[in-house]
Design a binder for this molecule. Structure first.
Ligand code: PT1
Length: 285
């Protein structure tokens, strides 16, 4: 069920109607210095392009390009630096591959630069709360993923707390949807994400996954990113990220079963296999 960039805008409504039970697979492409750096922007962009190509061949529907880490404890980078990292990669993928493109950013200037190169989806862990982001996203015409985060990446895991996590996250997402609609963004351009690992303890993450249908009841496509996150390590004696594939596949399967429309992952071929099994069971008599 590969979709072309040209068809992305018209195909997304399919996510709301749920004709297909197979969620879209979003492959993660980090272009931070620790990921593809061996010096030289051109070489880095070429390595990133080859990684994207492998994910597309393995069945990724969307490639999510990110130039700033937002994992717990990460330090912010400037918009200039972020643009310098992601634009060569976005241009190369646009030129060489037939795949939908997403930009993982919270900064208005990066949104503007990326959508100017034809990026189809803005994936914002701040849900357009940064200055200028709402306007930049509105004017881009792109799809927008609004994610829930409590706090900010550097400190968000210090002491997260909620009254009722599922209700609190849903209330936040609905408030951000209202802000978007009031700013002139059509509801059909929006996707929501509960933000696994973003200012959440293990018990919060588990409740959000168990009750994902409650988030899907917002009646917008739901995106889920659990791939290799520490919540998986926490359930397996703290195994490092490289050893979290089995838990990642279980999480992707559960999310798909509970109605997720897009699954954001590192391990595309493995996830595609798990999701095909899941969809086949859902479609069985
Ligand atoms: C996500 C997501 C994202 N996650 C969306 N975008 C990250 N829409 C980046 C850990 O606990 O879930 N949804 N962009 C990566 N962030 C994290 C957070 C990585 C927590 C790791 C952890 O290990």
């Amino acid at each position: 069920m590969n979709i072309t960039p040209q068809s992305l805008r018209s195909d997304f409504p399919r996510l709301r109607d749920r004709q297909s039970s197979l969620p879209l697979v979003m492959g993660i492409l980090n272009v931070t210095p620790d990921s593809f750096s061996d010096g030289g922007r051109y070489k880095d962009a070429d390595a990133a392009l080859r990684a994207a190509e492998a994910m597309v061949e393995a069945g990724a529907d969307i490639i999510d390009v990110g130039g700033e880490s937002t994992r717990p404890g990460a330090q912010p980078v400037s918009a200039r630096e972020e643009i310098d990292r992601v634009l060569p990669v976005i241009r190369a993928i646009r030129r060489e591959l037939d795949v939908a493109l997403s930009i993982d950013t919270r900064k208005a200037d990066v949104m503007q630069a990326a959508t100017g190169e034809g990026v189809d989806l803005i994936n914002d862990v701040m849900a357009l709360r940064d200055p200028g982001a709402l306007e930049a996203a509105r004017d881009s015409g792109a799809w927008i993923c609004l994610m829930h985060m409590q706090g900010e990446p550097r400190t968000m895991q210090a002491d997260p707390h909620y009254e009722y996590v599922v209700r609190d996250v849903r209330t936040f997402l609905e408030a951000r949807i209202d802000v978007c609609v009031e700013a002139g963004i059509s509801r059909d351009r929006l996707i929501v994400d509960p933000g696994f690992g973003f200012g959440k303890k293990l018990a919060h993450n588990l409740s959000l996954l168990k009750h994902l249908r409650n988030i899907a009841a917002i009646r917008l496509p739901v995106m889920v990113g659990i791939s290799r996150k520490s919540m998986i390590g926490a359930l397996s004696d703290g195994v490092p990220a490289e050893q979290r594939l089995p838990g990642s596949l279980a999480a992707a399967t559960l999310a798909a079963w509970l109605g997720a429309a897009i699954i954001r992952v590192h391990d595309v071929p493995e996830t595609v296999q798990a999701l095909r099994l899941c969809a086949a069971v859902q479609l069985a008599d």
